[in-house]
Structures are given as structure tokens and as C-alpha cells.
Design a protein around this ligand. Structure first.
Ligand SMILES: CC(=O)Nc1ccn([C@@H]2O[C@H](CO)[C@@H](O)[C@H]2O)c(=O)n1
Length: 104
């Protein structure tokens, strides 16, 4: 049984088109392992929208966010910093999860 993972629905188009290939999460979502398949649902209404394979999970501090990470989110670096500050106010230690879409 593959585990469930959620994204805010505003990111669905970028994920399905392969423009967003990473997500940055806190410790509570640091459990995915490379190779694992995730059944991905919307955060808002729990609707399945794709399956992802985890390619990499690695620690990433706020101070180490780079343009390269923003590109993999299909955002500018200031946008990415703002998104993270909105979702995770006051936090500075994260996990980078890199993925590929395996079904949609
Ligand atoms: C419950 C909960 O935290 N859900 C999240 C958390 C994060 N993200 C996105 O991952 C990237 C880096 O965080 C950004 O694109 C975020 O918007 C998301 O879609 N859903």
C-alpha cells in the first residue's frame, strides 16, 4: 500500500506538467524514502491527482535556499522564500524531496 501525501491544489498544474519537481517540507513530512511511491491528494479536498516516485530526500536549511531550488519549484527565489514563510512561519530547517510523476 503506497502512502498518501498532499499538496495545495494550486500546484497541481505545475506538478502534472513536470515544471515543479521538488517540494520542501518540515520534519513531520520527512518520512518518504527514495524509491517510494506516493499517492498524492489535494490538501483542501483530499482528491487523488497523481502518483509520485521519490527520487531524493535531503536536509535543506532556509539559509541554503538557492536559485536552483526556486527553478525546481517553478518560482523565483523571493517567491519561494515567501511561500515557505507563509506555510512554515519561523522555521528554518527543512527537507527537500525531489520527485517524478509516475501516474496521473
Ligand atoms: C499541509 C502542507 O504543509 N502542505 C504543503 C506544504 C508545501 N507545499 C508546497 O511545497 C513547496 C515547498 O514547500 C511549495 O511549493 C509548497 O507550496 C504544498 O503544496 N503543500
Amino acid at each position: 500500500m503506497n502512502r498518501k501525501f498532499t499538496f495545495f491544489s494550486r500546484f497541481i498544474p505545475d506538478i502534472l506538467a513536470g515544471r515543479k519537481t521538488i517540494t520542501i517540507r518540515d520534519d513531520s513530512e520527512s518520512w518518504p524514502k527514495p524509491g517510494e511511491l506516493l499517492e498524492v491528494h489535494t490538501f483542501e479536498d483530499d482528491r487523488w491527482f497523481c502518483q509520485l516516485r521519490v527520487l531524493e530526500i535531503s536536509p535543506l536549511a532556509l539559509a541554503d535556499f538557492k536559485e536552483e531550488h526556486a527553478q525546481q519549484e517553478n518560482m523565483s527565489l523571493p517567491e519561494l522564500r515567501q511561500v515557505i514563510a507563509d506555510i512554515y512561519p519561523g522555521q528554518d530547517a527543512f527537507w527537500l524531496i525531489r520527485f517524478e510523476v509516475t501516474a496521473q
